[in-house]
Design a protein around this ligand. Structure first.
Ligand code: NAI
Ligand SMILES: NCC(=O)COP(=O)(O)O
Length: 333
């Protein structure tokens, strides 16, 4: 019996996703996963995305809604989920139809994973604004997937070889962060990260370092009291539950020590607290993985890179790392 496919969603039709898939295919970088991948996307858009390369892609429809995308002597199976007018798309200008299409790829993939028909999903970047414009009420994949899987809390982790960061809060305005932090949220994050690193990443006793919210970890309440009021109680409860969680550490020095190997993951209070150090070290090859889902989902660590669409210059390393990690995780699941 063949292995279940890993679904690769194409992402924003006007973004870098389609071109990255073709670039990786042409370079033979997808060869190790050739029997495993199934692209969810738009055949016309994918075919046009070969424009920056020396060879033109062509799509051979097979039967009902599927087909093969050929580029030179390599090919990938595609599940066709939208039929946009590819010739009229402008890079970086997704309209509502594009927003609906990029959401449809993700919806189809998560449903296939939930039905047990796919082993996992790897996502190319979407435009959060275009999805919202299409009436899809989620600020990102992470929140959509949590809802579709019926899970209340998931954790966004970005992982590179030297640093892993896990976020307590994700897509929200910076000014809303303090109000969204609570002992329960931090504790739930610690529990999910601890469990996932054990089960899916093979760590026996993950060492989790928790970042403070405020400078100098609040300087004994002088620069904010979230540490005393919220983070310390969450840490105490986590430790009582057998989780190796330490902190709260002043954020300005924590990432230096984490990247040196002093912990297995850093728990960050908000998006950019974690993603700035992560991308400084690992922009090219980090993977975004959603922890706490009943399915496997990984993603590139970057966005739609509109400025690179059509140049052929975008780097495929994060996409390949995301596929590799998803494959690994399906073996550990
Ligand atoms: N997982 C997802 O679906 C994500 C989606 N986004 C979306 O992407 C859009 C643009 O976001 P930005 O903050 O501008 O981030 P971005 O990652 O698209 O671009 C930031 C910079 O990184 C460069 N870059 C991105 N990917 C690259 C690659 N593969 N190789 C070389 N250089 C690359 C771009 O050219 C740009 O200079 C937004 O709509 C955002 O919501 C952003 C992050 C993740
Ligand atoms: N910057 C990371 C990011 O925005 C990831 O969002 P998503 O995976 O939830 O779509």
């Amino acid at each position: 019996m063949g292995m279940k496919p890993l679904i690769l969603t194409m992402g924003d039709p006007t973004g870098i996703g389609p071109e990255l898939i073709l670039k990786a295919l042409l370079a033979g970088e997808l060869d190790p996963f050739a029997d495993r991948l199934l692209v969810a996307g738009d055949a016309g858009v994918l075919a046009r995305a070969s424009a920056p390369f020396a060879v033109a892609a062509r799509f051979e429809p097979e039967d009902d809604g599927t087909g093969r995308l050929w580029l030179a002597d390599r090919s990938l199976p595609v599940r066709v989920l939208s039929r946009l007018d590819a010739g009229r798309l402008v890079p970086g200008c997704p309209d509502a139809a594009c927003g609906a299409a990029m959401a449809a790829y993700v919806e189809w993939a998560v449903a296939a994973c939930r039905r047990g028909e796919a082993a996992g999903m790897v996502t190319c970047p979407i435009s959060k604004a275009a999805m919202q414009a299409a009436g899809i009420p989620f600020p990102g994949h992470t929140e959509l997937l949590a809802e579709r899987c019926g899970v209340e809390k998931v954790v966004m982790m970005l992982a590179g070889a030297r640093l892993k960061v896990c976020l307590v809060t994700t897509h929200l305005a910076y000014r809303e962060v303090p109000a969204r932090l609570s002992r329960e949220e931090i504790l739930a994050t610690l529990r999910i990260v601890d469990r996932s690193l054990r089960r899916q990443f093979g760590l026996e006793r993950p060492r989790l370092a928790v970042a403070a919210l405020n400078p100098h970890a609040g300087e004994d309440g002088l620069f904010g009291d979230e540490e005393k009021r919220i983070i310390v109680p969450a840490l105490e409860e986590a430790r009582a539950a057998g989780i190796d969680a330490r902190g709260p550490f002043p954020p300005d020095t924590l990432f230096y020590f984490a990247a040196r190997g002093d912990c297995d993951a850093v728990i960050c209070m908000y998006h950019d607290q974690g993603l700035i150090p992560l991308k400084l070290l690992h922009f090219e090859d980090a993977v975004n993985v959603t922890l706490g889902l009943p399915i496997v989902r990984t993603s590139v660590d970057h966005g739609t890179a509109y400025d690179l669409v059509g140049t052929g210059k975008a780097n495929t390393a994060s996409l390949l790392a995301a596929i590799r990690m998803a494959e690994q995780m399906t073996r550990n699941s």
